[in-house]
Design a protein. Structure first.
Length: 92
């Protein structure tokens, strides 16, 4: 018999032990409450805060007097003016 006949074949893929470890980690992670992860950020609860509609958003043409992207590029000052014209809860 040669040495190659006695060697173990190389194992590829996921062993039973690794599968059980990964399953246990996934089950533990899935059982964590999502609120605890969101509580640290404060302010807005992504799933519980109701959406608020502040009204109609003006078109860039209404604010700037011209259609953007047609004749020329918009300057930073014009872009900022348009963003400031959009109603938000803080500015409403």
């Amino acid at each position: 018999m040669t040495d190659t006949e006695h060697t173990q074949p190389e194992q590829h893929g996921l062993t039973r032990r690794r599968f059980l470890q990964a399953s246990a980690v996934a089950a533990a992670a899935a059982s964590l409450p999502i609120e605890s992860a969101l509580a640290g950020g404060g302010g807005c609860d992504v799933f519980g805060t109701p959406a608020e509609f502040m009204g109609a958003v003006p078109t860039p043409e209404d604010v700037l007097g011209f259609a953007i992207g047609v004749d020329r590029e918009v300057t930073v000052a014009e872009s900022n003016a348009y963003v400031e014209a959009i109603p938000t809860p803080a500015r409403a």
